[in-house]
Each structure stands twice: as C-alpha cells, then as structure tokens.
Write a protein that binds this ligand. Structure first.
Ligand code: ARG
Length: 617
C-alpha cells in the first residue's frame, strides 16, 4: 500500500530484496525487518539481518553488512534521495537514516483527506456478526463487547475501503420466545405499554415455570423423602410439563402464522429493539434496523439445510436425531432433534450460507463470546465440508470467530450487581455518561478552560462523548480475547492510556490550531529538523500501515496503541519545539502544518475506532 509515498515502506521493500541478493539461498528464514532505533544518534532504523546471515554463510557479519549496504544503495532501488548511506555499527548492525527532505515529502503526500490510506481493490464484501441480542432480554455487558468490538472491526474494514455488512443475529425465534409469549398473553398484559423490564421478568418466569425438577423427584423417591416432599415435587413437575406443552402450542401457533401470536411476537421484538438501539446510538455505533437479520429470518430454510446435509451424506442419524460428525472431535454437532426441532447450530448454518453466498463475503467475522468457540468451529467446518464457504469464483471465504473475554468486576469475577444480577448495559452506560459530564463540567468552571461559558447542552454532549469513550477505549485497547476488569475510575482518567486522554490530546491540538488563526490552513513546506520532529513524523507516516494491519488482524488494539504513541510523541515534540511562538515564519508554518496533520490523524483514528473527538474539552 502506498509504496510510492511512504519512504519507510520503500526502504523495507528494498531491504527484503537486498537480503535476498546478498544471502542467496541462505536468505530464507532471515528476518529482513527494520527495527526503530533505540537512540536517535543510531539513525531511525536498525537492520540486524547481517548477523544471522553471516552465521549461516560462515562469513564475518561486518562484511555481510557492508554488502547489504551496497545492495541497498544500488540504483535499482532509487533510495539515494530517501536515505543516507547506511552506517555499519558494532558486530554488524546497519544504521539507517531517512533524509529530512524525504520525510517532508512523504508527510506532504499523506496530508489530505485520505491520510495515505489507499482504498483496497475488492471483489467481494465482508460480513461482521455484531450485537447478537436476545429478544425479551435486557442487554448485558457481554453485548457491550459484541456491539463495540463488532462495530469497530466493521469500521476498520470500511476505512480501508471494504464493503461491510453488519449482521445482527438476534435470538428472536424458538421455544423460549414462545414461552414468553404464552405467559404474556395468559396474564393479559397490555402490549401497547409493554417495556423491556416487564418482558425480561416474563421471560425469566416462563423459563422457571417450565423447568421441572425431574432429577429432584427421582432423588426424593430414592431417598424416601416422605410423601409430602414427593407430592410437592410431583405437582411442580406436572405444572412444568403443562407449561412446556402450552409453550409448544404457542410455538406451533407462531410458526403457522396465527395472527394474534404473530402480532404479539412483532411487538416483543419492537420493545426489545427500541431499547437496544438506544444503547447502540449512545455507543455511537452504526448498528440499526438495517443490520437486523435474526434467527427467525432463516426459519423457512432450516428443513432444507438439514436435507442438504443428509443428501450429501454429512448428516447421519443418531438415536433418532440428526448429527454431523467430525474426524477430529468426539462430540458431533446436532442439527435436528429427535422431536424434529432445529437448533442454534442449524440456524447458524443457514445464516453462514446466506452471508457467503448471498451477501458475497470473502470474510465472515463473528464477534461473539469466546465460550462459543466449539460451536463456531463445528459450524465453520460443516459449511466448508458441504461447500457453502466457497464463492462461485472459487474463492474460499475466510471464517473467523473473534471470541471475546468476560467483563469482570473489581473482585475479578464476572461483573454483577450487588444482588448478584446481571448489570443492565444501559445502567452501566448511564453511570459512565454521568461521570463524563461531571468531569467536563468541572473543567469548564475554570475561566481559562476552552469550554468555559459553553451552553449547558454542549457541555453535556462533550461529557457524554467522554464517558462513552472511556468505556469503548477500555474495551478496545486490550487483547479482545482476554477478560478485563471494569473500573470506571481508571477508564475515565484524563491521564494515561485512556479514551479521554486521547480525546483531550486531540482537543488541545484543535485549540492550538484555533489560536494559529489564518495560518492553520498553511500549505507551507514540512521541515523535519529536530529529533522530536523526526520521531513525530516517522510515527505519523506509520498511520496507513497501522490501519491496514489492524483491519487485517482484526485488532483494534493496534490502532489504540498507535494513537496513544502519536499523542505521546506529540507531547515530546511540543515540549521541545515551540510552535506559535517561533519567529521564523517558515519554521512556524512548517510546525503548524505538523500540528494539523497530527490532529487529523488523531481525529481520523478516533473516528475509525468509533470514538467521538470533541474540539474542546
Ligand atoms: N444470541 C446469541 C447469544 O446471546 C449470540 C448470537 C451470536 N451470533 C451468531 N451468529 N450465533 O449468545
């Protein structure tokens, strides 16, 4: 990407060729990567390949290093204007220094709307499985992660020019939903004024009602627990059986399109999703009704999916049920129960076929709890076996389960309320927003603050952005597979590796540019002279590559780390290099332009992460 402009990428490409030329066959397996130098006096990058190559070739590494330097500077690579002649140091390191003029022209090359990111040429789209809420249930912290990480991974792909389909595979079908519907209809609730809390209670009660205690009864009989206890358990099991059969009736009515049932079901989805979209909007995600494709939308394909597996010989009967077996695992995947019912896996097979074949995706990423790993392994392998993961042009779609870890409380156990219930996601978000608003309002009280005197609504909007940034950045900046502790105090701090810190860094740059007045729009030439300017420039030049690798590796944390490094380099630059106070007009405009480019990279990076970047804080 962008090989013409980015001098670092050009040097890297030349290094790979040079190592091959000098090493011949010995070059295979030799790391030809540039490492940033520990000290500026060693240049910008170090190449260590001569050591390993010398050992393999049985030659003194310093000789090999000299040959590498010559090969690198061969006219073929055209690097004369890009780097100084490399210096050989110590046992055979090569120190490489970029020429200031090359840095300046590379910066100029990325200083536009694209910021050096060339759109990828694509033949297929990408699907991201996001959110995955369940109808009639409150969103909990797990859904925070599938929503936030899912949306950001989608944004990363969009930023590099891919066509992205966000798919929200809602749990909106099946027996638990029918149970809830039955219990709501039986208790005569007013469907017009229904809210999600009532639904949630109905859902839980319906589950409890249908859960008999067969084992308990058997144990009570075996242990001669006495007629009273046994009678009680028998009654409980009878009513559970009655509830189950009522739920099955409700499901049949729903499946056969019974008007009353279908209307109630629609309302259930509407009530749930209204709240879900409030959370999605507050979180600043691009997840909305257009992403909705729940389990119910595949209901008419399930029988056919199972048939296809039977016809291809991949599904076999097992005690009345149908299962798909895999050579390398003991447990088969159940796709049809003995009673003819379909399963979570059956629906996912239909959904995956749709995503690859209909949505034309050469990559499908499932941002779902890591504990569903085995499920996705089965579903992916089954789809590959039957051929649904292959696109019509023969391209094999990449299927990935991006499993995320659990959100923990201060006690390192899954985050729960004091009474042991799941946290409602909305309550958690509200707490963060309150903290953000308080922090921003507190700062605005200072007459010198850029936010001083802003209307209350604006302070609130900034505070909201800060609170949400705190939560999102904490979720995105770690390795997504790992658990993390939900610690609002740490997340919302304006110092350290936090979302608000990056927002603050961005807002400071905005203020500087505001003070620069007309000069903020300068097209003056970049001048990279001091070590701090050089380090900041090199960091900014890595932006396109960072976004691209973050998208490829599905790791938003790479972009988080990068933006944090940019903000840190900027602080060092600012401490060492006066900007607006500089007398020399050409240095001043050059520095202002560097400030502006840094601001643009931070703003674009935050936007790509899905984090708001207020101009004042
Ligand atoms: N509703 C599911 C749950 O809460 C998540 C859905 C994930 N996506 C999928 N295609 N299976 O566990």
């Amino acid at each position: 990407m962008n090989a013409v402009q980015d001098p670092v990428a050009r040097v890297e490409a030349a290094v790979t060729v040079a190592v091959g030329t000098v090493g011949g066959e010995a070059a295979s397996g030799i790391g030809a990567t540039l490492k940033p130098s520990a000290k500026p006096e060693f240049g910008d990058f170090q190449l260590n390949a001569a050591m390993a190559l010398g050992k393999k070739l049985g030659r003194p590494p310093r000789d090999v290093a000299a040959e590498l330097a010559d090969a690198l500077m061969s006219p073929d690579h055209g690097l004369e204007a890009v780097i100084d002649a490399p210096e050989i140091a110590g046992p055979g390191f090569l120190n490489i220094r970029l020429r200031p003029a090359a840095l300046a022209s590379a910066l100029a090359g990325m200083d536009d709307d694209r910021l050096g990111i060339e759109p990828e040429i694509e033949t297929h789209g990408v699907t991201i499985d996001v959110c995955g809420v369940n109808v009639a249930k409150q969103m909990h912290v797990g859904h925070l992660r599938s929503t936030v990480i899912g949306d950001t991974v989608a944004r990363l792909f969009e930023r590099v020019g891919r066509t992205v389909h966000r798919q929200n595979h809602l749990g909106d079908w099946g027996l638990p939903i029918a149970m809830t519907l039955h219990s709501l209809l039986a208790s005569d609730v007013d469907f017009d004024t229904l809210d999600l809390d009532t639904l949630n209670v109905a859902y839980r009660d319906a589950q409890l009602e249908a859960r008999g205690d067969v084992r308990g009864l058997e144990a009570a009989i075996a242990n001669r627990c006495g007629p009273h206890r046994i009678a009680e358990l028998e009654a409980q099991n009878e009513s559970a059986a009655a509830a189950q059969s009522a739920a099955r009736d409700a499901l049949v009515r729903l499946q056969s399109g019974d008007e009353e049932m279908v209307a109630a079901w629609r309302r259930l989805i509407e009530v749930t999703m209204t709240e879900v979209y409030l959370a999605c909007d507050l979180l600043g995600t691009r997840i909305g009704p257009a992403s909705e494709r729940g389990e119910s939308s595949f209901r008419d394909e399930l029988a056919e999916v199972v048939d296809a597996f039977v016809r291809s010989g991949l599904a076999v009967e097992d005690d009345g049920a149908l299962v798909v077996r895999f050579e390398d695992r003991e447990r088969p995947m159940l796709i049809r129960k003995r009673d003819g019912g379909f399963l979570y896996a059956t629906t996912d097979l239909a959904a995956l076929r749709y995503r690859v074949q209909e949505l034309d995706s050469d990559e499908v990423v499932y941002v779902v709890d890591a504990r569903q790993r085995d499920h996705f392994r089965d579903v992916f392998d089954a789809c590959r076996k039957i051929g649904w993961a292959t696109l019509p042009d023969g391209v094999e779609s990449k299927l990935v389960h991006l499993g995320f870890g659990t959100v923990l409380g201060a006690d390192k156990k899954p985050l729960k309320t004091r009474s042991g219930a799941n946290f409602k996601l909305m309550d958690l978000l509200q707490a963060a927003v309150d903290r953000g608003v308080a922090a921003v309002a507190g700062r605005a009280a200072d007459p010198k603050a850029p936010t001083h005197g802003l209307p209350e609504a604006e302070i609130e909007a900034i505070g909201r952005a800060v609170g949400i940034a705190a939560i999102k950045y904490a979720d995105l900046s770690g390795d997504s597979g790992r658990d993390y502790v939900f610690d609002l105090d740490r997340m919302i701090a304006f110092e350290g590796d936090t979302g608000p810190y990056l927002q603050y860094a961005h807002a400071r740059l905005c203020s500087m540019l505001e003070k620069a007045g007309d000069e903020a729009g300068t097209t003056g030439t970049f001048r990279i002279e001091t070590p701090e300017e050089r380090r900041l420039a090199l960091m900014l030049l890595r932006y396109p590559e960072t976004v691209k690798t973050a998208a490829d590796a599905l790791e938003a944390s790479r972009l988080c780390r990068y933006l944090y490094a940019v903000a840190t380099e900027f602080s060092s630059f600012y401490a060492a290099c006066p900007v607006l106070r500089t007398e020399d007009a050409s240095i001043r405009t050059a520095r202002i332009r560097l400030v502006r480019l840094t601001r643009d990279v931070l703003r674009d990076g935050l936007e790509t992460l899905g984090i708001g970047a207020p101009e004042r804080m």
